[in-house]
Design a protein around this ligand. Structure first.
Ligand code: 13P
Ligand code: SF4
Length: 311
């Protein structure tokens, strides 16, 4: 099997010959981040997907992200290196459940976190990410707002906006962030007394309340770059340490949870995207992500409506 350096070289050649780009999520393994044309959080990558002139987009992230890119770019070939790379949040909300909530609360706008399938997004009014959820919910003039599927993010948005959200499902969780506890925070703070704590809003509220900074993966990078602090405890998926080391090499980052302490430190879905699979995907132009036209158009409308509200 070729080593990482050889694989990266081969992937770069394939990208050139096929006018392809790779969009890599901040949680990707080190080599995948190195070979990506852009790395970023879910919002940033969705926007990048809309702006590229490439003929092929390889989405090095989980499936809902590739689906989103395909819906926004119907004329481009969007490839997922492994279409089985799911997401526990995305899996927790299906179309029938969302339809039932819409029937129960016909006047409530539907705000969905980007970690959802494209079929549920097609039923949404707004599509938010961890970096935009507060601003969008704050700006809505409605007594009742349906919000899903992340209950932790919903709790955080409620705390920040003072608005009550109708959670669908009532208990959607990310299988990585749901494991964080106050005890882990206390242990890390003792071990790294000079470090400050950054947490992703998919974490439980008690972690967010104990953190020095809360933000999306891109917001964490920005904060670490601009902050006067030199050391950071990072309460999010382990791959994020790669992004921080690559983009803020002068500072030091400690994961709140390591794989030695718990296998749950790494998202099993993000870990499915490897250099080997990216190379195969580009070479054979598999697996193309197809979204039915009407679904893509409705999801795109919700995404664009959200962007207008943010700008
Ligand atoms: P970001 O949008 O902050 O990158 O988060 C995506 C995600 O899946 C977090 O678990
Ligand atoms: Fe989904 Fe959690 Fe993995 Fe992000 S880290 S893709 S929210 S399961």
């Amino acid at each position: 099997m070729p080593d990482a350096v050889e694989l990266i070289k081969e992937i770069k050649n394939l990208k050139r010959s096929k006018n392809a780009i790779i969009l890599g999520h901040n949680y990707m393994e080190y080599g995948v981040q190195l070979v990506s044309d852009f790395t970023g959080d879910s919002y940033d990558l969705a926007v990048k997907a809309m702006k590229t002139n490439a003929d092929i987009i390889v989405f090095a992230g989980v499936y809902f992200m590739a689906e989103q890119a395909a819906a926004l770019n119907p004329d481009k070939k969007v490839l997922s290196p492994d279409p089985n790379a799911g997401c526990s949040l995305s899996d927790s909300l299906d179309v029938d459940t969302l339809r039932k909530y819409k029937e129960m609360y016909p006047n409530a706008p539907v705000v969905l976190y980007i970690n959802t399938s494209i079929y549920t997004k097609a039923l949404a009014d707004y599509i938010v990410t961890s970096s935009t959820a507060i601003k969008v919910v704050k700006s809505l003039d409605a007594d009742a707002i349906i919000f899903g599927p992340d209950a932790n993010l919903a709790n955080y948005v409620e705390r920040k906006t003072g608005k009550k959200l109708i959670k669908v499902p009532p208990n959607g969780r990310c299988i990585v962030h749901a494991n964080y506890t106050r005890q882990l925070v206390e242990l890390a703070r003792k071990k790294y007394p000079n470090a400050i704590l950054m947490a992703h809003p998919e974490s439980p509220l008690e972690i967010l309340e104990a953190s020095d900074f809360v933000g999306s993966t891109n917001q964490m990078i920005k904060f670490a770059k601009e902050s006067p602090y030199k050391e950071f405890i990072v309460a999010t998926e382990l791959g994020m340490i790669n992004a921080l080391k690559l983009q803020v090499p002068e500072k030091t980052f400690y994961p709140l949870v390591t794989t030695e302490a718990c296998a749950c430190a790494r998202c099993p879905y993000m870990a499915m995207i490897t250099l080997e699979k990216i190379k195969r995907s580009l070479e054979e132009e598999i697996y193309e992500v197809k979204v039915p036209k009407d679904i893509a158009e409705r999801a795109k409308e919700a995404f664009e409506r959200t962007m207008r509200l943010l700008n």
